[in-house]
Design a protein around this ligand. Structure first.
Ligand code: PMM
Length: 301
């Protein structure tokens, strides 16, 4: 990964001097890595606050599992899961992101205090999404998405995954800008694991510079994903379960931070919070090394 200068700032959100950490609260019974653990409002809010305590800068609240083949929850149920958790966390001063493909959920979450809308469909699943986000003046995560998957991964065929994901994301960014979302409020995300196999995910991570070339802050969401299970398993072994992939996740967080990502989205915050701080310290050391020191400036006079 090569370093791109400047990780950008997202208007409407606090500014961090390093890669931000987005902690995940899935208010679902069936998310692949943590489904069912924070399924009632009280434990979900408590978990979000614990993530902040561990170093999360943002908390991403979702009420619908996006794992391949998951059946969609109905709108009322998604609202019931998400809105009280958003309200509870926002009331505690947390910067909340809402992970939803539904405009109605985004709208009510924003009214309840959410600061950011994270749509894994990049505005494709619900035509009302972009107008709702534009009207609210909210920041918006545009993830690379090729549609709902039913059965095999037929949409995950690429001749050049980096070029295609970059081009398709570029087209979605154009669409959201046309829809009235301000350019300084748009975040891009390669959508690791969405219509992509493990090799695709790794190649995308090897080329974050190309995604940064889109000119928008970049979110990387590798946490506990299948490709990490494959890497850890080796060619013959069985992948470790999702909850045993947190050290691998933190390694990706350090690399993504080093490459210039704006934020990383993770389930287990503590190790990633350490990773992005170390990446920042190394960046600072490089900056100090390149800046003329007081004594050499003296000498030059
Ligand atoms: N992945 C998941 C859910 N939300 N949001 C963004 N922006 N990017 C992602 O890659 C992404 C996401 C699926 O993971 P989970 O079910 O473990 O949270």
């Amino acid at each position: 990964m090569s370093k791109q200068s400047g990780r950008g700032r997202v208007a409407g959100l606090p500014e961090w001097d390093r890669c931000a950490v987005m902690g995940v609260v899935n208010v679902t019974p069936d998310s692949f890595s943590d489904g069912g653990r924070w399924f009632d409002t009280t434990s979900a809010v408590k978990h979000g606050l614990a993530l902040v305590e561990e170093g999360a800068d943002l908390v991403d609240v979702g009420g619908e599992s996006t794992r391949p083949g998951a059946t969609r929850v109905d709108e009322d149920e998604e609202l019931r899961r998400v809105v009280p958790v958003v309200r509870g966390l926002a009331a505690e001063g947390v910067s909340v992101s809402v992970d939803t493909m539904r405009a109605s959920v985004a709208e009510q979450a924003l009214a309840a205090g959410a600061a950011l809308v994270n749509d894994v469909s990049g505005g494709l699943a619900d035509p009302a999404m972009i107008p709702v986000v534009a009207d609210a003046g909210a920041p918006f995560v545009v993830m690379h998405w090729r549609g709902f998957l039913q059965g095999g991964n037929v949409k995950g065929v690429y001749a050049d995954v980096v070029a295609e994901v970059t081009d398709e994301l570029h087209a979605r960014v154009e669409a959201v800008l046309e829809g009235g979302i301000a350019p300084d409020r748009v975040v891009v995300d390669p959508g690791l694991g969405f219509s992509k196999d493990g090799e695709h995910d790794l190649v995308l991570l090897a080329h974050l510079d190309r995604l940064l070339g889109l000119g928008h802050p970049l979110l990387v969401a590798a946490s506990r994903k299948r490709f990490l299970g494959r890497v850890l398993a080796g060619p013959q072994g069985a992948p470790p379960p999702a909850r045993e992939r947190d050290a691998a996740t933190a390694a990706v967080s350090a690399l993504a931070a080093h490459a210039g990502a704006w934020a990383v989205r993770v389930h287990e915050v503590r190790a990633t919070a350490d990773a992005v701080r170390v990446a920042r310290a190394i960046e600072e050391a490089r900056t100090a090394e390149n800046a003329p020191s007081a004594s050499s400036a003296e000498g030059a006079r």
